[in-house]
Ligand binder design. Sequence first.
Ligand SMILES: *[C@@H]1O[C@H](CO)[C@@H](O)[C@H](O)[C@H]1NC(C)=O
Length: 162
Amino acid sequence: MASSSTAVLFLLLATAGIASAALSWERQFLDPHNKARKAVNVPNLSWDRNLAKYAQNWANKQARNNCQLKTSNGPYGENMYWSSRSSTPLAAVNAFVKEKQNYNHASNNCKANTRNSCRIYTQVVWKKTTKLGCASSRCPTGGTITVCSYNPPGNFAGQRPY
Ligand SMILES: *[C@@H]1O[C@H](CO)[C@@H](O)[C@H](O)[C@H]1NC(C)=O
């Protein structure tokens, strides 16, 4: 009896140690977003629980729908990421920010031959966007779908992100 309660105590301590060392779920999404924004002198985003809830609902729905990267057509900006394996918030945001190489700020267009794929990045650094909420859901096949929602939304035609 005594030895089994010791084991339980050890387990709790170990879990608490891991939790305090790891970045919170919010920070794992926020920090790489804010790093990309800082690189172009755009102010930080802050976390919004309602946006995170919205993102979670859509991630769960698409997880049940073969993890399709289909937009929710809602009132918010939205970036989505799919991985065939289990994944991390950082991997998702890194994939968003990787599109920076496709963006030409001088012309405010995606570079030629990039199949217009720089608008995920421009949402990340959209200056008028102030709030972020993201969520992931496990796909039935073992992959991960991640959704980030942005408010106010970005990517208005004819406007510059910054
Ligand atoms: C901006 O966000 C980063 C990371 O999320 C944080 O380290 C930094 O302190 C923030 N800056 C301000 C001015 O709040």
